[in-house]
Design a protein. Sequence first.
Length: 340
Amino acid sequence: MRKFKEIISVALIFTLLFTVSTFSPYAADDKNEVYIGGEAFGVKFYANGAMIIKLESYYDGEKYVCPAKDGGLKVNDIIKKVNNTKISTNEELKSEIEKSNGNEITVEIDRNGKIENKTVLPIKNTVGVYLLGAWVRDSCAGIGTMTYYDDSNNYFAALGHGICDCDTAALLPLKSGETVQAQISGIDKSVCGKAGSFCGYFTDVRLGNLSVNSPLGIFGDLTSENYKRNKKYLIANDDEVKTGKAVMVTTLVGNTPQEYEIEIKRICNRDMTSNENFVIKITDSRLLENCGGIVQGMSGSPIVQNGKIVGAVTHVFLNNPREGYGVFAQYMAECYNNQH
């Protein structure tokens, strides 16, 4: 669960298989039309460093120890270097720890965007292996939904929220990543108290690369002609989004998106750093019958109202999976522009 609000919600961090920002002025009419998404796609994500997701003590033969904790390391720290050796994978970290032979190591970390250095003393466990007592993650993969594709600037927008660690909910630092076509083969329905999910698999059809992982979505370029172009729409300004009927575009079977009726119940805020701008309710009987409401993997599904793309699905309410949050599409576009 990601957070508690006035009602319980969970971020639709794409279905896993394993401060304030400054935005530039934006007006929808200044932009070309974009191709609407709704297709399922697979993400292979590689982090920029090894993120600590858990600190755990172990027995050294005499007592329980946790060198990482004793050295000042914390959950969500991103290990960038050990003794000036760049760390990109779990295996590279493990190798540098073994090379220490029990001597102190200097660990360079990124903590909330600030680079710090910590001194840590690896200690052997009962089988003679030097450890830090830290679980780390360097990559992940999953299925999500495409929001739109801007052919004028050759970038796609998807998810409506960032790719976060499934244990700590912290935004993963992007080193590199790629997207591939995915096929939806089944659905685990949402029920009160538990979010369901899409079941699917990656294909061998590569689509493109990731360039941005942000709280308002992931963005990247398309390098393949295999991506099918759907209908074009303008992106609505946030003040054009109204309560009332709308349509969500998503994929329940294979890789063919369809339209489903929803209702925009309430505008929550016009905070350009938030991915919880409005509340939606699923009203389409087909979607309710097949999914029970909103499910994980549906995040990024575009929402259309009055002939424009107004936003994307981002969250499901655990205590009422027929409802959830959406993010304004305008804010997703501004986020991308701000990163480039």
